[in-house]
Design a binder for this molecule. Structure first.
Ligand SMILES: [Zn+2]
Length: 380
């Protein structure tokens, strides 16, 4: 209220961010828009490139205002997924029709970033430290994005005490869902080699299929856990099975399968990988097992942070959010190593879809919620 002259217009800022095309990995123009908006609000902005081809370079932005005291961070990403074709209007020329603002990134998640920036502009005179952790690569490989930002923060002695990620978490109504954790994810590729031969002369060949099937059958029978208070049971899914043998009279030389495991915080990705590898090697010694952990599970136990955010949501929407750990992975998996982290943002119904759109009313309410969170965090 003391700085009306430099208050950014919420809708205009959202539109400017959408208009700066930023299919993952984002670089350049969209960060120029962000930097200008933040510098005008008294933030010190640190932009840097990280990584090399093929998964980089990625642009990242770290903005901080104030020093010492409680450090609250807002995290998000400026990159978007490709628009695809068939939009009603240009995905990179934001357009308001009725109460909806259309454009790629409107809900995932330029709208939330604009809402937070607007809230930060209204709460300029806070004690402590307020920062924004903004990456250009969350939708892509995410190797040089938030992880590089975390390294940068730690190196600068700027690790936050509390963090909110502005991903679109609401399901049916703004405010209905607050994420306090996410499951982890690991993908595993299994290749069993044999020796090709004629079906009529099996003693001269070595069929890899029975060994792979035996391994998969043991894997399928695994019950990882029964779920926890906050997570559904972990699950192993066979997602591909491939021999690629068109001939009826040939014993194939190779059989392959792929698994996808979504797991809760009772497990770690590398341990699951080792367990699967062990089973495969018992049935098919020498098989190739390639394990790739895309993210560990994390949980921020319900407590001060989730209560504070829930109170702010309830104050502005009248509903108390459900605490959830559903959905895919997000950058909160990295940030959770630094401090308690929760995720709260817009409705996710149109994310990654054609004609992605945010309700202008929701956008304004979200900014009020974020402002309310800041007021509560920085109240002595
Ligand atoms: Zn997102």
């Amino acid at each position: 209220m003391s700085h009306p002259a430099i208050m950014p217009d919420l809708i205009e800022l959202t539109k400017a961010l959408i208009d700066a095309e930023s299919v993952t990995p984002a670089r350049g123009a969209v960060f120029d828009v962000m930097e200008a908006a933040l510098v005008a609000q008294g933030f010190e902005v640190d932009r840097f490139m990280a990584g090399e081809a093929p998964d980089g370079p990625v642009e990242n932005l770290l903005a901080a205002r104030g020093s010492g005291g409680t450090h609250f961070a807002f995290a998000g990403h400026l990159d978007v997924v490709p628009p695809g074709s068939g939009w009603e209007s240009d995905p990179f020329a934001a357009e308001v029709r009725g109460d909806l603002l259309y454009g790629r990134g409107a809900v995932d998640m330029k709208g939330a970033i604009a809402a937070f920036t607007h809230a930060a502009a209204r709460h300029r005179d806070h004690p402590g430290t307020l920062s924004l952790i903004i990456t250009g690569d969350e939708e892509g490989p995410a190797i040089y994005g938030t992880r590089a930002l975390i390294d940068r923060m730690v190196a600068r002695g700027l690790a936050p005490d509390l963090c909110l990620v502005g991903e679109p978490t609401s399901a049916n109504r703004l405010g209905d869902t607050l994420k306090i954790g996410r499951r982890g994810s690991v993908n595993i590729w299994i290749t069993v080699e044999g020796r090709q031969g004629h079906v009529a002369y099996p003693h001269l060949a070595n069929n890899p299929i029975p060994r792979l099937v035996a391994a998969l059958s043991e894997i399928e029978a695994i019950k990882l856990d029964e779920g926890t208070d906050w997570f559904q049971p972990s699950n192993i899914e066979v997602t591909d099975l491939n021999v690629g043998n068109p001939a009826t009279n040939v014993i194939p030389a190779r059989a392959a399968a792929r698994l996808s495991i979504r797991f809760n915080d009772l497990h770690r990705g590398d341990e699951l990988g080792a367990r699967i590898t062990d089973i495969v090697q018992r049935h098919a010694p020498g098989a190739i097992v390639d394990v790739r952990v895309s993210g560990e599970a994390f949980l921020t136990e319900p407590g001060a942070l989730s209560s504070l955010v829930s109170d702010a949501v309830e104050a502005r929407t009248g509903i108390r959010p459900e605490l959830s750990t559903s959905g895919g992975t997000s950058d909160a998996r990295f940030l959770s190593r630094l401090c308690p982290v929760v995720e709260f943002g817009l409705l996710n119904a149109t994310m990654h879809k054609l004609d992605e759109a945010v309700s202008v009313t929701d956008l304004q309410t979200l900014s009020e919620i974020y402002g309310d969170i800041l007021a509560r965090v920085f109240t002595p």
